[in-house]
Design a protein around this ligand. Structure first.
Ligand code: GTQ
Ligand code: FE2
Length: 325
């Protein structure tokens, strides 16, 4: 028969033993080893108001040139993390002023841009010129060359989403500067595999709305990778949700991290019991395994863009989701 053994040792014996272990860089796992029955996120729900962000982006453009900063970027910082919006994905605000360029480079981190403001600057992705208009999604996948330019007379401001914290955790980060400030543009294309215009997304959502939506998830579409029809990039998936005036979604929680950007509209989201009131161009973060429901509290449609690391969690069989009963 199996028996649980109960050994009585003195505090002194134990402390001597632990001291010895520490000196040998060995840790007894029975001390402080908290097992969690469900994910315990360190991050907190948080919202950044555009009315606060925009003046700071403009100020950055006065204080720092694109020659000094590899990228002139403000990193939205979760109050409980250090300098990042979520554990795996950053959400940054980048500004490129008229006549400026952000010089060409490439890195292991995958990036997306959701354009917030501007009259149409462009990003060059592996020699392809991709236009940037408000609401557009632009991808610069892992190890693709990219530089940004603004040849208009208005500031260009966008939201950057990158998987840099994940790449750092996995110790997989490479970075390379291009030999010139900008890439030669090989092709000027109207429809690039890296570009998802807001006009097309809006039209697709309105068609879905007319068809009654896709069930309990509401009026929401995933951006598809144009090569393989999967998530837009191996580590990041992107969605756009249309919330009808007065619509309230069900509360979901998922084993992944999600950052939201309000393309347009006003309302609020209940994220883990915290109410985040949002309006046009705000950004907010939803930690892992935290119930989240959205409410469009106004009489105009709301468009919520989001990006998450769900593809990573699915690939590793960690993904779960549930609706609040
Ligand atoms: O635009 O290439 O927000 O490399 C952070 C790192 C943007 C970019 C960021 C980057 C970029
Ligand atoms: Fe970059």
């Amino acid at each position: 028969m199996l028996q649980l053994s109960d050994i009585q040792s003195s505090q002194e014996e134990l402390q001597d033993y632990y001291t010895l272990l520490r000196a040998q860089h060995v840790t007894p796992a029975w001390l402080n080893e908290a097992v969690s029955v469900a994910p315990q996120t360190a991050a907190v729900p948080y919202l950044w108001h555009w009315r606060d962000l925009r003046p700071q982006a403009m100020r950055a453009a006065e204080l720092v040139g694109t020659a000094q900063a590899e990228r002139r970027v403000l990193r939205l910082s979760n109050p409980k993390l250090s300098g990042i919006a979520s554990q795996t994905l950053v959400a940054n605000i980048q500004i490129v002023m008229p006549g400026e360029i952000a010089r060409a480079h490439r890195h292991s981190a995958a990036a997306l841009r959701l354009i917030i403001e501007g009259k149409g600057g462009y990003t060059v992705v592996n020699g392809e010129r991709v236009p940037m208009f408000p609401g557009d999604l632009v991808l610069t996948p892992n190890w693709s060359w990219h530089d940004h330019a603004n040849d208009t007379d208005a500031p260009m401001i966008w939201l950057d989403g990158l998987d840099t914290p994940l790449v750092r955790l996995l110790e997989a980060g490479f970075f390379e500067e291009y030999p010139h400030d900008r890439q030669e543009v090989a092709a000027v294309v109207n429809s690039s595999q890296w570009h998802y215009p807001m006009s097309e997304m809006r039209a697709a959502l309105n068609r879905l709305l007319a068809d009654g939506g896709n069930g309990e998830k509401g009026i929401v579409l995933e951006y598809r990778n144009r090569r393989n029809d999967g998530p837009v990039m191996p580590t990041i998936s992107c969605h756009m949700q249309l919330l009808r005036p007065g619509e309230a979604t069900r509360a979901w929680r998922r084993v992944c991290r999600t950052n939201y950007h309000v393309v347009e509209g006003a309302g609020y989201s209940d994220v883990g019991g915290k109410r985040l009131d949002w309006e046009d161009k705000d950004v907010f973060t939803v930690p892992a395994w935290t119930f989240c429901e959205h409410v469009n509290a106004h009489d105009r449609p709301a468009f919520l863009f989001s990006f998450s690391d769900a593809p990573v969690m699915k690939a590793l069989s960690f993904y779960r989701e549930e609706v609040r009963p």
